[in-house]
Design a protein around this ligand. Sequence first.
Ligand code: NA7
Length: 293
Amino acid sequence: MRVAFVGLGIMGHAMATNLVKAGHEVTVWNRTPGNLVEGAGVAPTPGAAAQGAEVVWLCVSDTDAVEGVIFGADGVEASLTEGMIIADSSTISPSATVKFAERVGKKGATWVDAPMTGSKIGARDGTLVFIVGGSEEPVERLKPLFAAMGKKIFRMGETGKGQATKLVMNLQIALIFEGFAEALTLATKLGVDPQQLLTLIEATMVRSGVVDYKGPFVMQRDFTPNFPLRLMHKDIRLTLEAAKEARVKLPALETVEEIYEMASEDGNKDLDYAATLTLLEKWAGVQVKGKAA
Ligand code: NA7
């Protein structure tokens, strides 16, 4: 298929690369020039990338970035044609998604929200899990592209429901990780070996996918970003906004949001969100160390 790919960050670059590898005709655009994908064409603007494309795939930071690349100067909007699909893998506001979809719908284009989970490694290996909102027909048409970048897709309902679901998934990741980080901090302060604690967790019902993935990184104190703290913080804020719009109270997430705020002020925003641990350590006056650290 002819695909315009907009946004070549940690996730987008790997995703566009996998589309090229699967034989699709890809043209990329990235805000900061010079970010190239082998085998793909490069366009000077998002609008130029979208010219003649069947699908415009987005993977940019946040709601404002999506609005800018679609509706801003030199944006995709001017190149929209009947039948074109915009697939958005950025994690953004569900209510803004519905508004964007209505606006592009006036030009005959369809919006599919397709945020994903699987992190940097999933993007590289083409094993992402897509959490999709949109009508059945365009989602069906996108299947060869989903297959090139991921291993599973879950259609959660109409446009906006993919974003809504992604937010409630990240809500859980943020709370599960914070529980793990608090446990490691208190264990260390009480003289329990964190590595042994991790081994115990893995052997019991406390085990989780989040701990399976993050545990080894934390034990080695490797906070290089798989999923940057600033982006998880953005998702937590989006979740709290969506909850407010829906008149739902999320007290645990509100507290975790404050931790992210302070961890960012402490200079950790470009590290992995696992670096929120360092704030708890600072307060407790300890450092969690596994055998390998
Ligand atoms: P990254 O690695 O921070 O990449 C973000 C990308 O978004 C990158 O290509 C940025 O371009 C681009 N970006 C950011 N702001 C803008 C604006 N205003 N206009 C156009 N492009 C922009 O994030 P990830 O790849 O990890 O994640 C991307 C999304 O997936 C995000 O929503 C996550 O929550 C999930 P740059 O190279 O900085 O010029």
